[in-house]
Structure formats: structure tokens, C-alpha cells
Design a protein around this ligand. Sequence first.
Ligand code: NOJ
Ligand code: CA
Length: 702
Amino acid sequence: MLRNIVLSSMLALAFGAGAMQISSPNGNLILKVDVDATGTPVYSLGYKGRTLVKDSKMGLVADDVRFTDGFKVTGADSATVDNTWTPVWGEYASIRDHYNELAVKMEAQNPKRDMTLRFRVFDDGLGFRYELGYQDNVNYMTLRQENTEFNFDADHTLFCIPGDYNTDEYLWSETKFSGLKDALAKYPGHNDGENISGTVVQTPLLLKTDDGVYVSLHEAAVDGYPCYLMDVDTEKYSFKSHIIPDKLGVGAYLQLPVNTPWRTLIVSDDARDILASQMILNLNEPCKYEDTSWIKPMKFIGVWWEMFIGTHRTWAYSDDYRAKPGVTDYSKIPSNGRHPANTANVMKYIDFAAKHNIPGVLVEGWNQGWEDWGSYRKNRQFLFDKPYPDFDIDSLTAYARSKGVQLIMHHETSANAADYERQLDRAFAYMKEKGYNSVKTGYVGQIIPRSERHASQWMVEHVRHVAERAADFKIMVDSHEAPRPTGLCRTYPNWLAQESARGGEYEAMGVNPPSHTCILPFTRLKGGPMDYTPGLFETKLSTYGEGRDFQAGTTLARQLALYLTMPSPLQMACDLPENYERFPDAFAFIEEVPVDWKDSRYLEAEPNRYIVVARQDKNSDNWYMGGIANEDGHTSTVPLSFLEKGRKYEAVIYADAPDAHYKTNPQAYVISRKKVDSKTRLKLTAAPGGGYAVAFHPLPKK
Ligand code: NOJ
Ligand code: CA
């Protein structure tokens, strides 16, 4: 139901009588908006009687025109909206979108400019954006910067990664504002990165006040506009937007009328609410597609991990880097003998998937172009309709179909995004011809040919275009190295997952500590699901080429929990089939865990420490629970009050053994069974770097 109310008090305030104000539906958040003595728009945000965000300026700076100062308020509208909508997939079967809205109209003269600032205050946070209508003398606008401030009032704790124009694949720091410079100085450079001078961090980021208020700062519905970073003033405890420019320094090429993305603050004094918040999805536009019946969440395995670990497998068919797709006759050059995307090996993966009820098999390294891979080479190009000679695509498609398995396509673009766009329709048509319904895309390296940035305007438009065009072919998308997500998966629900953070692949370098996945759900996941690639069973690894052995930052049981704490409608089981065959009783959990949910309950949470969540399967009455801990471990006594009252369940518990430890004893786990009901309190322990997963199967009603 949609309701519009105009508050009469608002109208009085709107014409110069001081700050305008609205509160969240529950009254906990109070937003105030005003213009200061210079006519600069200013907002502030209060939470439960305290100031959370002090007066913070807003403004847009373009070459052609400035929307910064000289403004007078000319009017204001307010409304209350209370809707419930049904996502195609996700953590909840239905989502309530409930907020109070204030739209403040302002005008400046010489030259005449007008804009509307639209604020939505939800119980779980604030979103606001700039709306520019037609202006008298401006049609196109070259945006240089956005002056949006978020001014806090004390030396709060931050959970953040360094600002980078090109990559999000960093570990998180936990630091005070005052320690941020030192924390950032400790970061090693990133191969694919473009670190920026100054004290700059990326969003989403999390902030925690000393009195226990959590704020997740990000943006929503970034489309046709660049993502932003935050310039941090560590003495004034404030953030200022830092629009990601192209190499010419331009933030965005815009045509009026235009709305900016929503600037978002998810707020609560209970960390669990930050995880449960659906505000970013609520701020995105509804689904654009009429028919979504072809969008099918699924699990998959892949010819993938072999290329990361000490097995020395390669994406490339040969070792001849001079081989050029479309030029070289690949049937005439010898294979290097280490190419796993070959027909016989893929058939083994298909057999395993069919036997264990895993719907999808991803195959990387199937197409021509990998010999020339590496950002140091010129004219990087893959062909997306040219398989290597040892990958018999037609017989594999037929074999997969006969086994009820779906092959998943891979398009590594090597960041030659412009070339990918040119090939796109041909690539998608080829997929359809060969029976594929989903693609994993990738953008490793610096974006060519114009050296765009990974999250600048051009790339933001590119990846959205790829998702939208894929829908014309009924293709689902999982993009890697794309701009960090901002909830567009609501509008384009065939865009099921993205990477856009440091994923499980870094386990192959031994550099993901257990705490990493205790932060991602508070930050990166607020924009949308992550293809983190959980399911690592063989935790003793050696990096490709380095001959160095090490333990991954996880226990085996924790990997099962990640299916709950890192939910994704396209969810991988990353390890090799032979490693799963060694632990069939633990793999049984991966076999049965769903990827689409009716309901979710965050039971315990503290960023960088632990997360415990229970979720109900969308397609049955089963519940599942997952808990993870950082290096310190964590014991919980969890009330199972989420279970249906009066019903008995069998709980199958996959837990770290008492002597498990991610460093010294990661594969020690115990599987036990218990009869439970909604009154049971279950005591569970995650070892250091460990976790647990529980499946609750309802017993027949008597
Ligand atoms: C990086 C991606 O994150 C990874 O999943 C993929 O296998 C490689 N690029 C190659 O495309
Ligand atoms: Ca990656």
C-alpha cells in the first residue's frame, strides 16, 4: 500500500523558518536539512537522541555549472511509503520498504539553477540523492566532483579497505580514524590496483562508535554514474565523497535531467540489524523484466581451483604466448599437457555434479586467447565463440544435458571491456546455441583501451549493459572484477552475483585470515551477493609455481558455514571433486544446503569477530544455520526460537572437533544428530578460525 502525506508543519518550515526535519517510521533516526549562510545545502542525522552525523555539506561541481552554494529553499514535499515487494531470489521471500521521505527543492540565481534533494529515512538508515531537472542553459554536464560530506563527531572505529581506482581485492583494517593513516601505510601495493595518494578509503565501509552504534556507509543504484571513494579527514572525523574519475579527470559525462545514486547510511546499535538490512535493495528500482521464470539460483562446481593451486594447471591450451585467437590455427600447435578444460576432464566434473546433485559446472580456460593473457601485453583479446581444440563443446553440451547438468560459460575479458562489448551479442548467441544459461565474466587488469577505471562511469555502464543485454538472451550473470555492487540486482535479477572484493581465490596465496569473512557481510555484501567461492576442504595448499606449503585461513567446518554467512544465489563449491570424495559426510551438507531463502535470522554478530545466522529454505520447511569466528574462536548458546512452534526437528550438526584449529588441525570435524524444537538452546563452538553448520529437518507431525 502506498500513502502520501503532506505534513503541514513541513510547509511552514520549508519557506525559510529553519531546518526541515523528518524522522524514521519508528522515530529513532532524525534527519535535518537546511541551507547555511552561503546557501550551501547541509544535512545532519540524529539517532536515539544523539547526533550521529553532524552538519554535512552537499554539492555537485561540474565544468559547466556548480550546484554548490547560493541556494534558497523554494519548497518541500514529504511522504510516507509502506510497500512490500517480492524479490526473485534472496535472503527473504518478501521485503518491506517503509520510509518517510522529504524532497527539498532549492534554487540559485546567476545563472539560474535548481535542484531537488531527496531524503528517505527508514528504520534502518538513510538514503539521499541529488535530482537535477532541465536547467535553462545546461544540457550536458561534465561532472568533476561531488561534495557530499559525512561528518562524524568522535574518533570512531572504522572497518575499511584502501581507496583504489581499480580493485576492491584488499583485506580490511580495523582502526580508529586517528590510526587510519598508519593502517593505510601498511598496505602492500596490489598488482591490479591503482592506489591513490591521500587518506582515501573505499565504500562500503563500516563504522562503530564507542557507545556501540554501527553505520555501514555505501551507495545504492549506481548506474550511469561512477562509484565513489571517501577522502577521510582523520582529525575532523569526516568523510567527503571522492568520485572515481576517468584518466582525464572527469567524474561523469551527464545529460540532464539526472538523478545521482543514493548515498546511504545503514544505522543500528545492534550489529545484527546491519546484516539484516535490505535498505540498499529498497532504494533500487523494481525489477525491469516481466518474465523472471528463467532465473534459477544454483550451486556449481568448476574446472577452476586446479589453476590456482600447486597442481600447475593452466587456463591456456599451449605455452606459446605468440598464439593469437583468430589468427593461429590452434589445432596445429601442441597442448602444454596441463590444460584441464579438456573434454575428458570436464566429463569427470559433470559426472561428479550429476552424482551429487550439483546443478552447474563452470569451465574456465575453454576458449582461445589465454596464451596472450597478462596485463603487460598489448591488444589483449579473447574470442568467446572459439573453443580450444581439446574442448569438444558439442559433445560436452550433449553429455551434460544427458546427465541433467548445466554447463556454465566463462568470459574472461582481460579488462578489454570495449572489445567484449563488440563481441557481446555474438558471444551470447553462441552460448544459447550451445545450451548455456549463465556466464561468469571477468575483468582482470587495467581497463583497456582507454585506460578507464574499474569503477568509473564507463565501466559502471558497461557491466550494467552486459547484465541487461544478457537478459535478452535469458542468461544469468556473475561478474568478477566489476564495480562494487550497489543493489542493482533488484532491478536486473539475472545479475545474480559479483566478486568485487577479495574472494576465496586468495586462499591459494595463503593470505585470507579468518576475520576477513567476519567483515565482508557488514560491508561488501550490503551491495549484493558475492561469488566468494566457499567449500575449500583441502586446506593444506601450495601456491602455483612457488613451491611453498601453507594452511588456508579456515577450518573445514567453517567452509560449510560460509554457505549461510556468505549467501549467494549462484554459489560455488570450489574444491576439486577428489577432495570432496575424501570427505563425503561433510560434503553432504554442501549437497543439501539451499541457495535461495524464505527467511533469515541473524542471531549473533560482531564485525571482525563472529556471525551466526539461521535461514529457512525457500522451497521446503528446512532451516539451516551457520556460525563463523575469527582467529579467537567463539562459543554460542543459540535459542532455536525460529523453528516452528510445537514441531520436532532433527538437527544435523557439522562442527569443528574440540581440538580443531585453523592453523594446526583444520580438517578435524564432528558430525552429530540431535532432536530439537523451538525451545531448545543449542551450544555450539567455532574453533579459532572455525565455524559450524546445522541442517534442521522437520520430523513428521504426529
Ligand atoms: C580472477 C577471477 O576472480 C577468478 O575467479 C578467475 O578464475 C580468474 N580471474 C581468471 O579469469
Ligand atoms: Ca578476482
